[in-house]
Design a protein around this ligand. Sequence first.
Ligand code: XMP
Length: 335
Amino acid sequence: DWVMRDHVEKAVQRIREQVGSEEVILGLSGGVDSSVAAALIHRAIGDQLTCVFVDHGLLRLDEGKAVMEMFAGRLHAKVVHVDASAQFLGQLAGISDPEAKRKIIGREFVEVFQAEAAKLKDAGGAASSGGAKWLAQGTIYPDVIESGGAKTKKATTIKSHHNVGGLPETLGLKLLEPLRDLFKDEVRELGVELGLPHDMVYRHPFPGPGLGVRILGEVKREFADLLRRADAIFIEELRATIDPASGKSWYELTSQAFAVFLPVKSVGVMGDGRTYDYVVALRAVQTSDFMTADWAELPFGLLKKVSSRIINEVRGINRVTYDVSSKPPATIEWE
Ligand code: XMP
């Protein structure tokens, strides 16, 4: 629509005025905010933008591939893809406390990103200006309010993973935040106007520590691989199942949905044999603010299909459960 088109024009103009011919670095996470920020800044300054995509090995199935295809492939943006999974998993070995895991993931993330940013700052890339001068972030208006101290302690913790806080000072970069005045809905509309796919712009939130907080206890690559496949089946079926009453998919009717890996084994049967394999819990919630949430009353037919697909397709998982706990007292994530 023309209001959004006008908004894009103005935002593009402002970014050009702000950065001139200088170079910009942006941490791309695959989430809505950083994706829209990247698309907008790329529209404004093209190759003066370099995106850094840190893959911590705890992303959903094919997430890295999708991000690269979209930004490097379709938008022709400069994207540095850092596969840091070995480093993250190495640091997480032997650690089972949820807060300790969060801290390690947050710390490693900052370290890896900072190292890449420092290279871009010093080297100067292809452009004339000799090194990046700006750090762009997908900060949106609710983040601005939150960091003003209006929210709970938990929210502050969450932010430490999301926004690479403190980086601009450490790196001596200027901060570029073109979504600072926008609410989530406006960010999504802007994303659509910029040509990002609907599915990318209207996706469920995904926590910064990723599958790290969805694998209970110690994180292992083997567990992450099993969880990724189970989770992808769940999401695929949620997208494919339409609720006749509303005409919407169950992905749209839920605010967040995912699988959780439980590192316990239970007995099952397959053919003539006995199995002794891991358990996956499915979690789907409906909420308007993520502070409170109800477990979603998914149709039994959908649960049945997801369960049988996971057990048949993901060797190593022989039992699927559905989480019927609301928040509070349960949190949305299991850790
Ligand atoms: P909880 O589990 O506290 O989650 O009910 C509320 C919302 O916050 C997300 N969440 C996180 N996001 N880093 C993030 O970026 C985190 O450490 C983190 N922990 C929870 C969660 O996915 C839900 O949307």
